[in-house]
Design a protein around this ligand. Structure first.
Ligand SMILES: [Zn+2]
Length: 349
Protein backbone atom coordinates (compact mmCIF):
# COMPACT_ATOMS: atom_id res chain seq x y z
CA UNK A 1 0.00 0.00 0.00
CA UNK A 2 2.65 2.46 -0.99
CA UNK A 3 2.31 5.79 -2.72
CA UNK A 4 2.37 6.25 -6.50
CA UNK A 5 2.37 10.01 -6.14
CA UNK A 6 4.25 12.32 -3.83
CA UNK A 7 4.77 16.00 -3.14
CA UNK A 8 8.24 17.01 -4.27
CA UNK A 9 9.22 20.00 -2.21
CA UNK A 10 12.21 20.94 -4.34
CA UNK A 11 10.09 21.44 -7.46
CA UNK A 12 6.93 22.27 -5.49
CA UNK A 13 5.05 19.72 -7.62
CA UNK A 14 3.39 16.41 -7.25
CA UNK A 15 5.39 13.75 -9.09
CA UNK A 16 4.80 10.10 -9.94
CA UNK A 17 7.12 7.32 -8.80
CA UNK A 18 8.30 6.98 -12.41
CA UNK A 19 9.31 10.65 -12.42
CA UNK A 20 11.08 10.12 -9.11
CA UNK A 21 12.95 7.04 -10.31
CA UNK A 22 14.19 9.01 -13.30
CA UNK A 23 15.60 11.63 -10.94
CA UNK A 24 17.92 9.07 -9.37
CA UNK A 25 21.55 9.14 -10.43
CA UNK A 26 23.02 5.66 -10.73
CA UNK A 27 22.73 3.82 -7.47
CA UNK A 28 22.24 7.00 -5.50
CA UNK A 29 18.66 6.78 -4.19
CA UNK A 30 18.29 10.52 -3.46
CA UNK A 31 15.73 12.47 -5.47
CA UNK A 32 14.79 15.32 -3.13
CA UNK A 33 12.42 16.15 -0.31
CA UNK A 34 9.37 13.91 -0.84
CA UNK A 35 6.21 14.11 1.23
CA UNK A 36 2.87 12.46 1.23
CA UNK A 37 0.97 15.69 0.52
CA UNK A 38 1.67 19.36 0.17
CA UNK A 39 -0.92 20.27 2.83
CA UNK A 40 0.50 17.66 5.19
CA UNK A 41 3.97 19.00 4.60
CA UNK A 42 2.86 22.57 5.33
CA UNK A 43 0.97 21.57 8.50
CA UNK A 44 3.82 19.36 9.60
CA UNK A 45 1.59 16.34 10.07
CA UNK A 46 2.72 14.52 6.93
CA UNK A 47 4.97 11.59 6.22
CA UNK A 48 8.29 12.02 4.55
CA UNK A 49 8.78 9.50 1.75
CA UNK A 50 11.60 7.73 0.01
CA UNK A 51 11.71 5.92 -3.29
CA UNK A 52 11.77 2.16 -3.39
CA UNK A 53 12.78 0.53 -6.64
CA UNK A 54 11.03 -2.44 -8.23
CA UNK A 55 11.67 -5.62 -6.25
CA UNK A 56 13.11 -8.82 -7.68
CA UNK A 57 9.84 -10.45 -6.57
CA UNK A 58 7.96 -8.26 -9.08
CA UNK A 59 6.76 -5.74 -6.53
CA UNK A 60 6.26 -2.40 -8.22
CA UNK A 61 8.41 0.63 -7.53
CA UNK A 62 6.73 3.03 -5.09
CA UNK A 63 7.15 5.76 -2.56
CA UNK A 64 7.43 4.45 0.97
CA UNK A 65 7.34 6.12 4.37
CA UNK A 66 10.36 7.04 6.43
CA UNK A 67 10.04 6.12 10.07
CA UNK A 68 7.94 9.16 10.85
CA UNK A 69 8.11 11.54 13.74
CA UNK A 70 4.53 12.85 13.12
CA UNK A 71 3.15 9.39 13.41
CA UNK A 72 4.68 9.04 16.86
CA UNK A 73 3.38 12.40 17.94
CA UNK A 74 -0.16 11.25 17.05
CA UNK A 75 -0.37 13.95 14.40
CA UNK A 76 -0.50 12.11 11.15
CA UNK A 77 -1.58 12.52 7.53
CA UNK A 78 -5.38 12.44 7.23
CA UNK A 79 -5.09 10.55 3.97
CA UNK A 80 -2.97 7.88 5.57
CA UNK A 81 -5.61 7.41 8.24
CA UNK A 82 -8.24 7.37 5.52
CA UNK A 83 -6.47 4.73 3.45
CA UNK A 84 -5.89 2.60 6.55
CA UNK A 85 -9.49 2.84 7.73
CA UNK A 86 -10.79 1.98 4.25
CA UNK A 87 -8.24 -0.83 3.84
CA UNK A 88 -7.10 0.93 0.73
CA UNK A 89 -4.03 2.43 -0.89
CA UNK A 90 -2.73 5.98 -0.71
CA UNK A 91 -3.70 6.31 -4.37
CA UNK A 92 -7.25 5.53 -3.31
CA UNK A 93 -7.02 8.15 -0.58
CA UNK A 94 -5.82 10.69 -3.12
CA UNK A 95 -8.72 9.96 -5.48
CA UNK A 96 -11.13 9.96 -2.54
CA UNK A 97 -10.10 13.39 -1.31
CA UNK A 98 -9.99 14.74 -4.85
CA UNK A 99 -13.49 13.42 -5.53
CA UNK A 100 -14.66 14.91 -2.23
CA UNK A 101 -13.38 18.31 -3.32
CA UNK A 102 -14.63 17.93 -6.88
CA UNK A 103 -18.17 16.77 -6.05
CA UNK A 104 -18.68 19.36 -3.33
CA UNK A 105 -17.32 22.03 -5.65
CA UNK A 106 -19.91 21.38 -8.39
CA UNK A 107 -22.70 23.96 -8.48
CA UNK A 108 -25.93 22.44 -7.19
CA UNK A 109 -28.88 21.54 -9.44
CA UNK A 110 -26.95 22.11 -12.68
CA UNK A 111 -26.25 20.09 -15.79
CA UNK A 112 -25.16 17.39 -16.10
CA UNK A 113 -25.43 15.90 -12.60
CA UNK A 114 -28.18 18.00 -10.97
CA UNK A 115 -26.68 17.50 -7.53
CA UNK A 116 -28.82 18.15 -4.46
CA UNK A 117 -26.31 17.06 -1.87
CA UNK A 118 -23.35 14.73 -1.29
CA UNK A 119 -22.88 12.36 1.62
CA UNK A 120 -20.10 10.00 2.61
CA UNK A 121 -21.11 6.69 4.20
CA UNK A 122 -19.16 6.10 7.42
CA UNK A 123 -19.17 2.29 7.10
CA UNK A 124 -16.15 0.58 5.57
CA UNK A 125 -16.13 -1.80 2.63
CA UNK A 126 -19.03 -0.08 0.92
CA UNK A 127 -19.30 2.66 -1.69
CA UNK A 128 -17.55 5.98 -1.01
CA UNK A 129 -20.08 8.69 -1.88
CA UNK A 130 -23.82 9.10 -2.16
CA UNK A 131 -24.78 11.69 -4.74
CA UNK A 132 -28.41 12.78 -4.31
CA UNK A 133 -30.02 14.40 -7.34
CA UNK A 134 -32.61 17.18 -7.57
CA UNK A 135 -36.11 16.78 -9.04
CA UNK A 136 -34.79 17.95 -12.42
CA UNK A 137 -33.78 14.36 -13.19
CA UNK A 138 -36.02 12.56 -10.68
CA UNK A 139 -37.56 10.63 -13.56
CA UNK A 140 -34.19 8.99 -14.14
CA UNK A 141 -32.11 9.10 -10.97
CA UNK A 142 -32.62 10.20 -7.38
CA UNK A 143 -29.34 8.78 -6.09
CA UNK A 144 -26.00 7.64 -7.46
CA UNK A 145 -23.37 5.71 -5.56
CA UNK A 146 -19.74 6.44 -6.37
CA UNK A 147 -17.21 3.72 -5.69
CA UNK A 148 -13.46 4.09 -5.99
CA UNK A 149 -11.63 0.77 -6.25
CA UNK A 150 -7.93 0.05 -5.90
CA UNK A 151 -6.83 -2.60 -3.41
CA UNK A 152 -9.78 -3.38 -1.13
CA UNK A 153 -10.61 -6.97 -2.14
CA UNK A 154 -14.06 -7.01 -0.53
CA UNK A 155 -15.09 -3.88 -2.36
CA UNK A 156 -13.61 -5.13 -5.64
CA UNK A 157 -15.71 -8.27 -5.27
CA UNK A 158 -18.88 -6.37 -4.38
CA UNK A 159 -18.71 -3.48 -6.83
CA UNK A 160 -17.88 -4.77 -10.28
CA UNK A 161 -19.02 -2.16 -12.72
CA UNK A 162 -21.03 0.97 -13.40
CA UNK A 163 -24.72 0.08 -13.64
CA UNK A 164 -28.26 0.84 -12.57
CA UNK A 165 -28.53 -0.77 -9.12
CA UNK A 166 -32.29 -0.65 -8.84
CA UNK A 167 -35.06 1.71 -9.90
CA UNK A 168 -33.72 5.23 -9.77
CA UNK A 169 -30.48 4.35 -8.05
CA UNK A 170 -27.32 4.22 -10.09
CA UNK A 171 -23.74 3.25 -9.37
CA UNK A 172 -20.52 4.60 -10.84
CA UNK A 173 -17.38 2.55 -10.37
CA UNK A 174 -13.98 4.20 -10.80
CA UNK A 175 -11.30 1.53 -10.79
CA UNK A 176 -7.83 2.96 -10.47
CA UNK A 177 -5.88 -0.25 -9.91
CA UNK A 178 -4.81 -0.45 -13.55
CA UNK A 179 -3.64 3.16 -13.77
CA UNK A 180 0.12 3.72 -14.15
CA UNK A 181 1.89 5.99 -11.62
CA UNK A 182 1.79 8.86 -14.14
CA UNK A 183 -1.92 8.30 -14.74
CA UNK A 184 -2.55 8.20 -10.98
CA UNK A 185 -1.30 11.77 -10.70
CA UNK A 186 -3.77 12.90 -13.37
CA UNK A 187 -7.08 13.22 -11.49
CA UNK A 188 -8.54 15.46 -14.21
CA UNK A 189 -8.40 12.56 -16.68
CA UNK A 190 -8.49 9.45 -14.46
CA UNK A 191 -11.02 10.93 -12.04
CA UNK A 192 -13.22 13.68 -13.49
CA UNK A 193 -13.29 12.64 -17.16
CA UNK A 194 -13.85 9.04 -16.17
CA UNK A 195 -16.65 10.06 -13.79
CA UNK A 196 -18.36 12.10 -16.56
CA UNK A 197 -18.05 9.22 -19.02
CA UNK A 198 -19.54 6.78 -16.53
CA UNK A 199 -22.39 9.21 -15.79
CA UNK A 200 -23.13 9.46 -19.53
CA UNK A 201 -23.14 5.67 -19.75
CA UNK A 202 -25.48 5.42 -16.76
CA UNK A 203 -27.85 7.95 -18.28
CA UNK A 204 -27.83 6.12 -21.59
CA UNK A 205 -28.59 2.87 -19.77
CA UNK A 206 -31.49 4.56 -18.04
CA UNK A 207 -32.77 6.11 -21.27
CA UNK A 208 -32.64 2.69 -22.95
CA UNK A 209 -34.45 1.16 -19.99
CA UNK A 210 -37.16 3.86 -20.09
CA UNK A 211 -37.43 3.41 -23.87
CA UNK A 212 -37.86 -0.35 -23.37
CA UNK A 213 -40.51 0.23 -20.70
CA UNK A 214 -42.29 2.76 -22.90
CA UNK A 215 -42.15 0.41 -25.87
CA UNK A 216 -43.43 -2.49 -23.76
CA UNK A 217 -46.28 -0.29 -22.51
CA UNK A 218 -47.08 0.82 -26.04
CA UNK A 219 -47.03 -2.78 -27.21
CA UNK A 220 -49.32 -3.74 -24.35
CA UNK A 221 -51.67 -0.88 -25.20
CA UNK A 222 -51.55 -1.83 -28.87
CA UNK A 223 -52.34 -5.46 -27.98
CA UNK A 224 -55.30 -4.30 -25.87
CA UNK A 225 -56.48 -2.03 -28.66
CA UNK A 226 -56.16 -4.94 -31.09
CA UNK A 227 -58.33 -7.08 -28.80
CA UNK A 228 -60.91 -4.27 -28.60
CA UNK A 229 -60.80 -3.87 -32.38
CA UNK A 230 -61.12 -7.62 -32.87
CA UNK A 231 -64.11 -7.78 -30.49
CA UNK A 232 -65.75 -4.84 -32.27
CA UNK A 233 -65.07 -6.47 -35.63
CA UNK A 234 -66.49 -9.76 -34.39
CA UNK A 235 -69.58 -7.93 -33.08
CA UNK A 236 -70.00 -6.09 -36.39
CA UNK A 237 -69.63 -9.38 -38.28
CA UNK A 238 -72.20 -11.03 -36.00
CA UNK A 239 -74.59 -8.12 -36.50
CA UNK A 240 -74.02 -8.24 -40.24
CA UNK A 241 -74.67 -11.98 -40.27
CA UNK A 242 -77.84 -11.44 -38.20
CA UNK A 243 -79.02 -8.72 -40.61
CA UNK A 244 -78.30 -10.97 -43.60
CA UNK A 245 -80.05 -13.87 -41.89
CA UNK A 246 -83.07 -11.62 -41.22
CA UNK A 247 -83.07 -10.49 -44.83
CA UNK A 248 -82.79 -14.10 -46.02
CA UNK A 249 -85.62 -15.11 -43.69
CA UNK A 250 -87.79 -12.31 -45.09
CA UNK A 251 -86.99 -13.46 -48.63
CA UNK A 252 -87.74 -17.08 -47.70
CA UNK A 253 -91.03 -15.98 -46.14
CA UNK A 254 -91.89 -13.94 -49.19
CA UNK A 255 -90.99 -16.84 -51.51
CA UNK A 256 -93.01 -19.25 -49.38
CA UNK A 257 -96.00 -16.90 -49.51
CA UNK A 258 -95.62 -16.54 -53.28
CA UNK A 259 -95.35 -20.32 -53.65
CA UNK A 260 -98.38 -20.78 -51.43
CA UNK A 261 -100.31 -18.26 -53.50
CA UNK A 262 -99.22 -19.91 -56.75
CA UNK A 263 -100.25 -23.29 -55.36
CA UNK A 264 -103.63 -21.90 -54.35
CA UNK A 265 -103.99 -20.42 -57.82
CA UNK A 266 -103.04 -23.75 -59.33
CA UNK A 267 -105.59 -25.47 -57.10
CA UNK A 268 -108.27 -22.96 -58.10
CA UNK A 269 -107.44 -23.41 -61.81
CA UNK A 270 -107.36 -27.15 -61.39
CA UNK A 271 -110.73 -27.01 -59.67
CA UNK A 272 -112.06 -24.83 -62.46
CA UNK A 273 -110.55 -27.18 -65.07
CA UNK A 274 -112.07 -30.17 -63.29
CA UNK A 275 -115.46 -28.44 -63.30
CA UNK A 276 -115.04 -27.68 -67.00
CA UNK A 277 -113.96 -31.27 -67.69
CA UNK A 278 -116.94 -32.54 -65.74
CA UNK A 279 -119.25 -30.14 -67.61
CA UNK A 280 -117.71 -31.16 -70.96
CA UNK A 281 -117.93 -34.84 -70.08
CA UNK A 282 -121.60 -34.42 -69.15
CA UNK A 283 -122.23 -32.50 -72.37
CA UNK A 284 -120.41 -35.16 -74.41
CA UNK A 285 -122.29 -37.93 -72.71
CA UNK A 286 -125.51 -36.10 -73.45
CA UNK A 287 -124.43 -35.63 -77.08
CA UNK A 288 -123.37 -39.26 -77.35
CA UNK A 289 -126.61 -40.37 -75.80
CA UNK A 290 -128.50 -38.11 -78.26
CA UNK A 291 -126.47 -39.58 -81.14
CA UNK A 292 -127.07 -43.15 -79.97
CA UNK A 293 -130.79 -42.43 -79.61
CA UNK A 294 -130.84 -40.85 -83.11
CA UNK A 295 -128.89 -43.80 -84.54
CA UNK A 296 -131.34 -46.29 -82.94
CA UNK A 297 -134.21 -44.30 -84.38
CA UNK A 298 -132.50 -44.13 -87.79
CA UNK A 299 -131.70 -47.84 -87.83
CA UNK A 300 -135.31 -48.61 -86.84
CA UNK A 301 -136.47 -46.64 -89.92
CA UNK A 302 -133.76 -48.21 -92.10
CA UNK A 303 -134.46 -51.79 -90.91
CA UNK A 304 -138.21 -51.37 -91.53
CA UNK A 305 -137.62 -49.19 -94.62
CA UNK A 306 -140.09 -46.58 -93.29
CA UNK A 307 -140.09 -42.88 -94.05
CA UNK A 308 -140.58 -40.52 -91.12
CA UNK A 309 -141.45 -36.84 -91.60
CA UNK A 310 -139.56 -35.88 -88.43
CA UNK A 311 -136.20 -37.24 -89.64
CA UNK A 312 -135.60 -35.96 -93.16
CA UNK A 313 -132.89 -37.12 -95.63
CA UNK A 314 -130.49 -34.34 -94.61
CA UNK A 315 -130.52 -35.47 -91.01
CA UNK A 316 -130.22 -39.14 -92.09
CA UNK A 317 -127.15 -38.30 -94.21
CA UNK A 318 -125.60 -36.40 -91.33
CA UNK A 319 -125.99 -39.40 -89.00
CA UNK A 320 -124.71 -41.79 -91.66
CA UNK A 321 -121.41 -39.85 -91.73
CA UNK A 322 -120.96 -40.58 -88.04
CA UNK A 323 -121.44 -44.37 -88.51
CA UNK A 324 -119.22 -47.35 -89.29
CA UNK A 325 -118.83 -48.38 -92.94
CA UNK A 326 -121.48 -51.18 -92.97
CA UNK A 327 -124.07 -49.06 -91.14
CA UNK A 328 -123.30 -46.12 -93.40
CA UNK A 329 -123.79 -48.42 -96.45
CA UNK A 330 -127.20 -49.48 -95.15
CA UNK A 331 -128.29 -45.84 -94.53
CA UNK A 332 -127.13 -44.72 -98.00
CA UNK A 333 -129.02 -47.61 -99.54
CA UNK A 334 -132.12 -46.57 -97.61
CA UNK A 335 -131.70 -42.93 -98.74
CA UNK A 336 -131.21 -44.03 -102.38
CA UNK A 337 -134.34 -46.18 -102.29
CA UNK A 338 -136.50 -43.55 -100.63
CA UNK A 339 -135.04 -40.17 -101.78
CA UNK A 340 -132.96 -40.87 -104.89
CA UNK A 341 -129.13 -40.45 -105.42
CA UNK A 342 -128.99 -36.79 -104.26
CA UNK A 343 -128.40 -37.67 -100.57
CA UNK A 344 -125.65 -40.28 -100.89
CA UNK A 345 -122.33 -39.08 -99.53
CA UNK A 346 -118.89 -40.49 -100.15
CA UNK A 347 -118.92 -44.07 -99.06
CA UNK A 348 -115.17 -44.33 -98.62
CA UNK A 349 -114.36 -41.31 -96.52
ZN1 LIG B 1 -0.35 13.43 3.81
Amino acid sequence: MGWSRAYHFNSDEYISINDAMEMRTGKDPRVGDLWCHKTCFNAKIGAQLLTRQQGSDGRKACFAKWPGRYEQSGQYCGQKLLSDSKRESMDYAYFYTEFDKYLNGIEKNKEPFFIKRISKPSENNIHDFNIYHTNEISEMFTETELVILDENKRKIKKYVETKIVEGKKGRIVIKISEYTPAQLTDFARGGIDKFKKEWEFLQQQKKNELKRIKKALEEEEEAEAAVVRSVAKEKAATEERAAEEKKAAAIRKKNAAAKEKKYEEFLAEEKKAAATRKKNAAAKEKADEEERREKIEVFKLVDNNQVDANIGPEKMKEIAEKCEYTDRLHIYYYLFINYGPGYIGNLFE
